[in-house]
Ligand binder design. Structure first.
Ligand code: C2E
Ligand code: CA
Ligand code: CA
Ligand code: CA
Length: 278
C-alpha cells in the first residue's frame, strides 16, 4: 500500500545517503593516503617467449591501507579517476617506479599505466620528461600503456601527446587490446609500438578454438603493422609454446610471476643475476 511505498522510499533515501557518506569517507582516506605515501608500486615480470628471459616489469598500483592491509586497483582506481586524484597518484607512482627501475640491470624495461585523465593533460609529455630527468631513468627504457577508453575523449590531443613521447624515445603500448569498441580504428589513427592482448583472450586457449583463432589473428595483425605483442594473463605453461609459435613476442602472467613489492623484486633480480653469473 501507500505506507509501504513511502517506507521503501525512505529506506532508499537512507541507503543513498549512507552510500554517499561511505564514498566521501573513502575519498578523504584516499586523498590522505596519497599524501602519506600509502600508494606503492608493485612490479610484475614481463618475459620474452618462449625462453622466458626477463625483459622488464609492469608497475601496478597497490594501496597499503593502515587498517585494511594491501588493496588492489579495483578498490581505488575508479574513485581516483572520478575525483581527479588519479593524476597525483599516477605521477607519484611513476616517479617511485623510475627511481626503483634506475637501479635494475640496464637492459630491463619499465611499463607504466597512464589514465585517460592524464592523457588529456596538455602537459603530459613534459611531466614524463621531468620525471625521467629527475630520476635519471633513460626514456628508451620506459613504456607507457594506454587503454582505448583513454583515446575516445580527444584523439587529436592523444596523437600529439603520444608522438612527442615517442620522439624522446618512450614507447607506447595499446593495453587490453580486443576489449575496446573500435580497436582497428585506433590502430589506423595512431602509431603504437606494442599491442597487449587482453587476458580474457589468453586465460585459456584450447587449441583450434575460436579464441585461439582470434589470438592468432591479433598477433598477425600486430606483426603486419610492425608492432610487437605481449600476451597478458598467462597462467598455464601449455599456451606458452603455442603463443610463441604464432609469433607473440612477450608474455606476462601468474605463470611467470605475480606483481610483487620492491623488496621481492630486488630479491628476484639478485637471484636472477646470480644465475646469469653477473
Ligand atoms: P592492467 O593494466 O591490464 O594490468 C594487468 C592486471 O592483470 C593486473 O591487475 C595484474 O595483477 C593482472 N594479472 C596479471 N597476470 C595475471 C594472470 O595470470 N591472471 C590473472 N587473473 N590476472 C593477472 P591489477 O594489478 O589488479 O590491476 C588492474 C588494473 O588496474 C590494471 O589492469 C590497470 O588498468 C589498472 N591499474 C593498475 N595500476 C595502475 C596505475 O598505476 N595507474 C592506472 N591508471 N591504472 C592502473
Ligand atoms: Ca597495463
Ligand atoms: Ca592490460
Ligand atoms: Ca599465425
Amino acid at each position: 500500500g501507500k505506507r509501504d511505498g513511502r517506507g521503501t522510499f525512505r529506506f532508499f533515501q537512507l541507503e543513498m545517503g549512507q552510500a554517499l557518506k561511505v564514498r566521501a569517507l573513502r575519498e578523504q582516506e584516499l586523498r590522505a593516503g596519497i599524501l602519506r605515501g600509502e600508494i606503492e608500486p608493485f612490479y610484475q615480470p614481463v618475459v620474452a617467449l618462449p625462453g622466458r628471459e626477463l625483459i622488464g616489469f609492469e608497475v601496478l598500483a597497490r594501496w597499503r591501507h593502515p587498517d585494511q592491509g594491501l588493496l588492489g586497483p579495483g578498490e581505488f582506481i575508479q574513485l581516483a579517476e572520478e575525483t581527479g586524484m588519479i593524476a597525483d597518484l599516477s605521477w607519484s607512482l611513476m616517479r617511485q617506479a623510475c627511481n626503483d627501475a634506475r637501479l635494475w640491470p640496464a637492459h630491463l624495461q619499465l611499463a607504466v599505466n597512464i589514465s585517460p585523465l592524464q592523457l588529456q593533460d596538455r602537459q603530459m609529455p613534459e611531466r614524463v620528461l621531468a620525471i625521467l630527468t629527475e630520476t635519471g631513468f633513460a626514456p628508451s627504457r620506459l613504456e607507457i600503456e594506454i587503454t582505448e577508453t583513454a583515446l575516445v575523449q580527444d584523439l587529436e590531443a592523444a596523437r600529439i601527446a603520444l608522438r612527442s613521447l615517442q620522439n624522446i624515445g618512450v614507447r607506447i603500448a595499446l593495453d587490453d587490446f580486443g576489449t575496446g569498441y573500435s580497436s582497428l580504428y585506433h590502430l589506423r589513427e595512431l602509431k603504437f609500438d606494442k599491442l597487449k592482448i587482453d587476458r580474457s583472450y589468453v586465460a585459456s586457449i584450447p587449441l583450434g578454438s575460436e579464441r585461439a583463432k582470434l589470438v592468432d589473428a591479433i598477433i598477425a595483425l600486430g606483426s603486419s603493422l610492425g608492432l610487437v605483442t605481449t600476451a597478458e594473463g598467462i597462467e598455464s605453461a601449455s599456451s606458452v609454446e603455442w603463443l610463441a609459435e604464432q609469433g607473440c613476442t612477450y608474455g606476462q602472467g601468474f605463470l611467470f610471476g605475480r606483481p610483487m613489492d620492491k623488496p621481492a623484486t630486488d630479491l628476484l633480480l639478485n637471484e636472477w643475476s646470480d644465475v646469469a653469473g653477473k
